[in-house]
Design a protein around this ligand. Structure first.
Ligand code: FES
Length: 119
């Protein structure tokens, strides 16, 4: 991936949500060496995705910074303050108790973008 493609993809990831069968995805990117081994095959160059539908009572989030806790570097659900750690496979780490946030496998696409992995 060229630096231009990387930057465009990063801008796209930050400013938008991805519509998936009526739901949305939260996108997250870190250095590839920080990705948990259990989900590494379902990420691309440090890019991973999680369901944006909260497992507590079903609130839906966007990729906006209001849904991100910068102090802990976790997804924050402001409805009941649930926290989900993208580096612990979406584990619920605080606030309202709920199941882990579902991880969405992603892969490289011929267009140069990253998308949902099929099959
Ligand atoms: S519905 Fe998301 S924290 Fe309660």
């Amino acid at each position: 991936m060229s630096p231009q493609q990387f930057n465009q993809q990063r801008r796209d990831l930050l400013k938008s949500t991805c519509t998936l069968a009526g739901a949305a995805a939260l996108w997250y990117r870190v250095s590839p060496d920080k990705i948990p081994a259990e989900i590494k095959d379902d990420t691309v160059e440090g890019i991973m995705a999680y369901s944006a539908v909260c497992t507590h009572l079903g609130c839906t989030l966007s990729n906006s910074l209001s849904n991100w806790d910068a102090a802990t570097k976790q997804f924050l659900r402001p409805c009941h303050d649930a926290l989900f750690d993208p580096l612990k496979e979406g584990a619920n780490t605080g606030g309202a108790t709920s199941r882990m946030l579902p991880h969405i496998p992603v892969s490289d696409k011929p267009s140069g973008y990253v998308g949902v992995k099929r099959g």
